[in-house]
Design a protein. Sequence first.
Length: 156
Amino acid sequence: MTVAARGFLDLVADLRSVADSDASGVTDPIALPAVPGGYLLLARLATALPLEVARLSATTLPAGWYVYAGSARGPGGIRARAGRHLRRGKRPHWHIDYLTEAAADLRVFAVPGARECDLLRRLLARPAFDTALVGFGSSDCRSCASHLLSADGRLP
């Protein structure tokens, strides 16, 4: 097994542990639960992504692995919200839409009943995760610097 493959499997193991799940990440929205809760979205950028998004300074996200923590409390729950993230060709509405449209790989780890900020704190307690971009996905959050983490500390 290559170093990159081992790193990816370790990353998935970290997400499974935080999500308290045996799943390897869902790529088909129909497999997501239609209940309220939180979710972790694992995304891989194969190339750098220039961002010019409202409320964020113009910047570039380097190629690599990212984890976004979100919540879904409305109709359709996690399936509706995270399913939107998995869909291609959508009109950008949230910060995360720019990343999901550019991502080469996407997986969702559903956590029914969870809150995104709690999931973030659990990930940030692990050495492989760091805040990727202050303000990304957290414009309505008073306790988190960002809801987007870089996971490249784990991968070569």
